[in-house]
Design a protein. Structure first.
Length: 238
């Protein structure tokens, strides 16, 4: 019959298909300082409202408060300067954060290589939502802020990622997409990204601000052009 493959060609086709599936790469990008030029969406808001969260940060890092409490206390700092604060004000503020040059062009190149592309960030979901308007990510993990019935900020949040436990969501994606550690890439810039490296075969420090991250990285890239990063990563994709 016309249109049917011979047995030998069918075997070759299925073999190629299996290879293409098993060789897919999972790439987990931190957001703040990796997809954006500003190192922290949280600190961007802190500066806007003129607050200092060093006490909250110290309490969190010493284990005296949980991450969800840490988020709530940071929001309370903002509300101490202005109350109410609308969710749209935070969203508009996030729009001021500059993205890396050629961000979307670089992401599209990785998409064409068949990569599974994700954001794994302790940053604000308001910013990841904005970034996602220009590219369809396969998965996004970030942290949200609670709003009341009027759309104003409430002292609380939705934890999508505990910064020191990014490895857990990467493991979740590896299971969901059927991609192993050997085919997982992670890209970060701070201490909070070290846990991603623990479950990734290829570890990239992009404009790193952390000696610990640099020492654990397989590749270090300094650039404000995302295409420079993608070019270096692409060399490692089979």
């Amino acid at each position: 019959m016309r249109g049917l493959l011979s047995a030998s060609k069918t075997c070759i086709f299925l073999q190629d298909l299996l290879i293409s599936v098993t060789k897919r790469k999972l790439i987990a990008f931190d957001m703040d300082g990796v997809l954006t030029k500003h190192p922290s969406s949280w600190s961007f808001v802190h500066k806007y409202f003129g607050v200092n969260n060093s006490i909250n940060l110290s309490l969190y890092r010493s284990g005296k408060i949980s991450y969800s409490t840490f988020i709530a206390e940071d929001v309370r700092l903002w509300l101490s300067k202005k109350n109410p604060i609308s969710g749209s004000e935070i969203l508009n503020l996030m729009k001021l954060i500059p993205l890396m040059d050629n961000l979307y062009a670089g992401l599209e190149l990785l998409r064409k290589r068949g990569c599974v592309i994700s954001i794994v960030s302790g940053g604000l979901s308001s910013l990841s939502d904005i970034i996602a308007q220009g590219f369809r990510f396969d998965r996004i993990y970030s942290n949200g802020i609670d709003l009341d019935s009027k759309g104003n900020l409430a002292p609380g949040g939705r934890v999508g990622v505990v910064p020191e436990k990014k490895n857990l969501v990467i493991k979740e994606m590896q299971e969901d997409f059927g991609i192993g550690v050997d085919d997982t890439f992670s890209v970060g810039d701070s201490d909070f990204d070290v846990s991603m490296f623990d479950v990734s075969a290829f570890k990239v420090a992009f404009n790193p601000r952390s000696p610990m991250l640099v020492s654990a990285a397989d590749l270090i890239v300094y650039s404000q052009d995302f295409l420079d990063l993608v070019e270096r990563i692409s060399r490692r994709i089979e």
